[in-house]
Design a protein around this ligand. Structure first.
Ligand code: TRP
Ligand code: SF4
Length: 343
């Protein structure tokens, strides 16, 4: 069977995720589920950004490697297919150490200090000293991650959009300084904005690891049901006889994402008429979640650790080849080669 990758032109996409440990439903719906869909129509590079973890966790690196493996398992469980996509680990591809140095030379400090999340993160993570060169340079690292693969698109959520914009500016500046005769070395990639539904955590705020309100991709059914039981609901519905509104209820938001139209109709009708209780309603929401999680968990459990390591090694090898091609062009355009220099 002919390999689709070699027979049809498919635009290239690249995206990555920090190894934060086991992923939660928000990570799945906000990114992974979209990546899985891209696999058939794009040449895909997906990676785990373990060097990015160092920008904040440099003082204790012990969690990074185990978290990387967990995230890789979640990638595979969610349906990223190593036969279709190149799945790799940033630290295993040395070009990710190389290009940031060169791009750092041309990136004005003001561009980095102006990144919206920069000051915010320093304040939010006040217990860590983030007044480092590496942390300020985070966007240069990210620009390098992207530009090394010369992708047409970067599928990310809105929170990463500013970083991709900066990547485009860095690429533009590079291309102004350094040129090859026949083409642009670092084409400006476009954001492919991934739709991410509003996904509340158990306390009603946005699902986020830092709030401790997550439902993990790996949570077994009883845990999912238990977490749903304690989830906050429409505050107007205090007693069973009070009418509620699914549009004002975090459980309602989960139904919108995970339940069938029939169930959703029952929820609206029953909640607004006080015909159902919240416990029953939450049970239905859990049913919908479990339907989505079961196949992911089964696939996840089918991989052994050595298999995951092997997949990451193979993917990183392929990524190195692609990245090295770009580095050759970068070196040539920057005239960092000795051959021919004297002529
Ligand atoms: N900054 C991204 C995040 O925090 C992770 C990331 C690193 C990334 N390098 C990237 C995403 C390149 C897309 C492309 O989630
Ligand atoms: Fe929320 Fe369902 Fe209770 Fe309505 S019945 S308040 S949607 S949990």
């Amino acid at each position: 069977m002919p390999d689709q990758a070699t027979t049809t032109f498919r635009p290239r996409v690249l995206s990555g995720m920090r190894p934060t440990g086991k992923l939660h439903l928000g990570n799945y719906m906000g990114a992974l589920a979209n990546w899985v869909k891209l696999q058939d129509n794009y040449e895909c590079y997906f990676f785990i950004a373990d060097l990015h973890a160092l920008t904040t966790d440099y003082a204790d690196t012990s969690a990074i490697a185990p978290n990387t493996l967990e995230v890789a398992l979640d990638f595979l469980g969610a349906g990223l297919d190593p036969e279709k996509s190149t799945i790799f680990v940033q630290s295993q591809v040395k070009q990710h150490y190389e290009l940031p140095l060169l791009l750092g030379m041309i990136t004005p400090l003001g561009w980095l200090e102006r990144v919206p999340s920069y000051k915010e993160m320093i304040e939010n993570l006040a217990h860590k000293d983030l007044t480092t060169y590496g942390f300020l340079g985070y966007p240069v690292l990210m620009a390098s991650d992207i530009l090394l693969y010369q992708p047409q698109f970067v599928p990310v959520g809105q929170d990463q959009q500013a970083h991709v914009e900066l990547t485009r500016e860095i690429a533009r500046r590079f291309n102004q300084f350094y040129k090859l005769a026949d083409r642009e070395v670092l084409p400006e990639p476009k954001v492919l904005l991934t739709p991410s539904p509003k996904l509340p955590g158990t306390d009603g705020r946005k699902m986020s690891k830092s709030y401790g309100n997550t439902i993990q991709i790996t949570d077994p059914e009883p845990v999912v049901r238990q977490k749903l039981k304690t989830m906050v609901t429409d505050p107007a519905r205090v007693r069973r006889t009070d009418k509620g509104d699914p549009d004002k209820c975090p459980v309602g938001d989960l139904h919108k994402v995970f339940s069938t139209p029939e169930t959703l109709a029952k929820v609206y009708e029953g909640c607004r008429s006080a015909g159902i209780g919240c416990i029953e309603c939450k049970g239905w929401a859990a049913d919908g979640l479990v339907q989505v999680l079961n196949p992911i968990q089964e696939r996840r459990a089918s991989f052994t650790e050595p298999q995951v390591v092997e997949i990451l090694h193979a993917g990183s090898g392929r990524a190195r080849k692609r990245a090295e091609q770009t580095m050759q062009e970068v070196h040539t355009a920057m005239q960092l080669t000795l051959t021919g220099a004297a002529s």
